[in-house]
Design a protein around this ligand. Structure first.
Ligand SMILES: Nc1nc2c(c(=O)[nH]1)N[C@H]1C(S)=C(S)[C@@H](COP(=O)(O)OP(=O)(O)OC[C@H]3O[C@@H](n4cnc5c(=O)[nH]c(N)nc54)[C@H](O)[C@@H]3O)O[C@H]1N2
Ligand SMILES: Nc1nc2c(c(=O)[nH]1)N[C@H]1C(S)=C(S)[C@@H](COP(=O)(O)OP(=O)(O)OC[C@H]3O[C@@H](n4cnc5c(=O)[nH]c(N)nc54)[C@H](O)[C@@H]3O)O[C@H]1N2
Ligand code: SF4
Ligand SMILES: [Mo]
Length: 679
């Protein structure tokens, strides 16, 4: 039967922005994806990746049938058989080694929210504390830095700010729709400061581009704190009423003179002063945002905590035009952490990184690789993974591959064959975001929305159906009593008082509670003391620095003459999401391959030009890449940048799985010492 043109409303979940989309169908097939003008976040605007969903969904290489590894290669098998066999093998592992030897892993394609919590629920229902994810490297470092100080990670009120400060973030590429809020504020006269060792797309538009050395942001933050105190530009009432540790802060900040900051960060002393002036002039309407650029360092959380203190000092917290505390949607919690805490079973990594588990209930993926290879502290023998490609995206990829290959069972749910499926025992076809219905809460606008299942394929399961069917086969079906996604969504939604029907009629989202400003100032902050904690007794008790003390990056502390270059990795490209989309031909035409960004002086000294191949070597390994000589002001001499996710030259061959931020456990993937040879 032929059906005419049809428009369905949903959300794009190619990245975490989750923009409202209008999906255009003809005869049941998606022909276009346009922006939903009703959605308060993107107001009709989309980035170029949204339309790539059409290429992705109908891609000829898509995995649409379950695959089983055999001696003769991949065999296509029926879904029921795949689930039966996987359940049988998981049951064997559970019998032999105990439930905790089974891990569950979700990747960035699944995001947080419902699809993550259902995976967490499955692990706990099975009796395993080992829930793993890409968040061993993403977001959690920032979440921790801010939560330790403010009790939550506040949301910058960009459009109402008079000064916006971005630290290690590049919204035009990474959060395209965030950029429109920055532009709106700029039109109203807001100033913009971008702290980045590179001239990023957003740094180009800044009033001040603070081009610091990688990993030295903490020194700049302390230098600004010192300036605010010197200038008498801090909010005395806020500090007095709502913070603890201020006297210690003033004392510690003393040595961070503009000249000292210049020596450490490379930023001229005059720029440090100008930046402080610009922020203080706008206060309290100063909105700061910290990106992924600060997380992948050995001093990441400390640097982020130091930055977080500035909001409190300038009185910008819980204020219009500053940073806002949004109320999370009162959806039901799918996880079983309260009903069935499994902390006593030693979730992997908890002993090394207790804060990671305390604050996020996350295990540590690098520790998990060690456990697989060594059986210490106990064996981890099976992994069920969805929406992740760690053989490309985790540090020290060869070791990741070795570990995954040595498992008794690796199951991967994906849309495509990847570096990770290459070592799997079973590959299951996963539903993309347009092939499942799920609830999303958008904290910025305090709305909840329901996505639409626009396409379906016979053997392709959504996340809930998969975990449910596996649970039933493993005898833990009682934890998955909802017949399907719809029944689950209804249950999750109940406490909000909103009905599924209302959400179906308003795919652009429905407000779950009106945003309020000033509540934390009245009721107290969500920290142990109820105050903004410049000094953390919680961290001190765990043996960490009470203040966000500045620790110099290793390449500054003990320069290694054999590895004189400092490598940053992972700066986002507009068209690619981590290891995704390299199979979209028109994207390949626009950005054909990997490259290493290099300063012209370094290129001259090495005798290399655009396109020449060089080898980067770290203690972990080596990778060969073509050179891209950038303009003089785009990168600092001695610094290099390579974006991850390329199969033909994977920069995670040289990133560290053995050096971490001590609080978050995040690996060293930026500010890495490397040597360079012409090949
Ligand atoms: N197109 C696209 N969008 C994405 C993604 C993607 O892969 N592609 N990934 C999504 C995900 S999961 C994430 S986490 C976000 C990340 O998004 P953002 O947080 O905006 O991160 P990036 O775009 O990588 O920009 C980080 C910047 O930090 C700089 N940087 C590196 N080291 C340092 C440092 O020591 N100090 C400072 N101040 N800056 C530093 C880099 O030069 C880079 O310009 O993007 C999301 N959006
Ligand atoms: N060197 C270096 N490495 C990094 C970073 C860096 O800055 N530098 N950044 C890190 C960060 S912030 C992150 S978040 C991680 C991300 O790392 P990963 O979580 O591994 O993310 P992706 O590479 O995007 O892998 C997602 C996989 O999910 C599949 N997929 C797409 N849609 C769906 C879906 O709907 N369902 C399912 N089941 N699968 C789907 C894709 O085909 C892809 O294979 O990478 C990290 N790796
Ligand atoms: S920013 Fe682009 S990729 Fe991300 S949700 Fe919006 S349209 Fe999709
Ligand atoms: Mo990320």
């Amino acid at each position: 039967m032929q059906t005419g043109p049809e428009i369905r409303h949903s959300l794009c979940r190619m990245c975490d922005d989750r923009c409202g989309i209008d999906v255009h169908l003809e005869d049941g097939r998606i022909v276009d994806i346009l922006g939903n003008k009703e959605h308060p976040w993107n107001r009709g605007r989309l980035c170029v990746k949204a339309r790539a969903a059409v290429d992705m969904i109908y891609h000829p290489d898509r995995v649409l049938t379950p695959l089983k590894r055999t001696a003769d290669g991949w065999e296509q098998i029926p879904l029921d058989q795949a689930l039966d066999e996987i359940a049988g093998r998981l049951a064997d592992v559970r019998d032999r080694y105990g439930a905790r030897s089974i891990g569950v892993w979700k990747g960035e394609a699944i995001g947080f929210g419902q699809q993550e919590t259902v995976a967490r629920r499955f692990a706990h229902a099975l009796g395993s504390p080992n829930y793993l994810s890409n968040d061993s490297m993403c977001y959690v470092g920032r979440y921790m830095g801010f939560t330790l100080v403010d009790g939550a990670w506040p949301i910058p009120d960009l459009e109402n700010a008079r000064c916006i400060v971005l630290w290690g973030a590049n919204p035009p590429y990474a959060h395209p729709n965030m950029t429109q809020y920055i532009t709106a504020a700029r039109r109203k006269g807001a100033t913009l400061v971008v702290v980045d060792p590179r001239m990023s797309a957003i740094a180009r538009r800044a009033d001040i581009h603070a081009q610091v050395r990688p990993g030295t942001d903490g020194a700049l933050a302390w230098g600004l704190v010192r300036q605010f105190v010197e200038m008498d530009a801090y909010d005395k009432d806020f500090v007095e009423d709502h913070t603890i540790g201020f006297a210690k802060v003033v004392d510690y900040a003393r040595t961070f003179t503009p000249e000292m900051v210049e020596a450490e960060t490379g930023l001229p002393a005059a720029t440090v002063k100008a930046m402080a002036r610009m922020m203080a002039d706008a206060a309290p309407r100063m909105a700061a945002y910290v990106g992924n650029g600060l997380e992948h360092h050995e001093n990441g959380v400390g640097n982020i905590r130091a930055i977080a203190m500035i909001d409190g000092l300038l009185g910008a917290l819980d204020r219009e035009g500053g940073t806002l505390f949004k109320e999370p949607a009162p959806l039901r919690d799918l996880t079983l952490y309260d009903e069935m805490p499994l902390r006593h079973l030693s979730p992997l990594g908890t002993d090394r990184f207790p804060v990671l588990y305390d604050m996020r209930q996350e295990c540590h993926t690098m520790t998990a690789m060690e456990a697989i290879l060594s059986d210490e502290p106990y064996p981890l023998r099976a992994l069920v993974m969805t929406g992740a490609n760690p053989a490309s995206t985790n540090p020290n990829s060869p070791k990741v591959l070795e570990a995954l290959r040595s498992l008794d069972l690796l199951v991967v749910r994906d849309l495509f064959m990847t570096e990770t499926t290459a070592v799997a025992d079973y590959v299951l076809p996963a539903a993309s975001f347009l092939e499942r219905t799920e609830l999303h809460a958008h904290a910025k606008h305090q709305i909840v929305s329901l996505t639409d299942k626009v396409v379906s394929w016979s053997d392709v399961q959504g996340e809930y159906d998969f975990w449910h069917d596996l649970a039933v086969r493993l005898g833990i079906g009682e934890y998955f009593p909802w017949e399907d996604e719809t029944a689950l969504n209804r249950w999750l939604l109940e406490p909000t008082g909103l009905s599924l029907e209302t959400l179906e009629a308003h795919r652009e989202g429905v407000e779950y509670s009106p945003p309020r400003v000033g509540r934390r100032r009245q009721a107290g902050f969500d920290t142990p003391s109820g105050k903004v904690e410049f000094a953390s007794a919680y961290l001190k008790d765990l043996g960490y620095d009470e203040l966000p003390v500045y620790h110099r990056p290793a390449y500054r502390r003990e320069p290694d003459a054999a590895r004189p270059f400092v490598l940053m990795t992972g700066a986002r490209k507009l068209l690619y999401l981590h290891s995704r989309f390299r199979n979209i031909p028109r994207f390949r035409t626009a950005i054909p391959g990997p490259e290493v960004e290099m300063h012209p002086d370094d290129a001259a000294a090495l005798g290399v030009a655009d396109g020449d191949t060089i080898r980067l070597t770290s203690p972990i390994g080596a990778v060969d890449l073509p050179v891209k000589v950038v303009a003089e002001n785009e990168i600092l001499p001695g610094n290099l940048q390579v974006t991850h996710g390329w199969r033909e030259a994977n920069v995670n061959l040289v990133t560290h799985d053995d050096r971490f931020d001590p609080v978050s456990g995040f690996p060293l993937m930026k500010s890495i010492e490397v040597s360079v040879q012409k090949v």
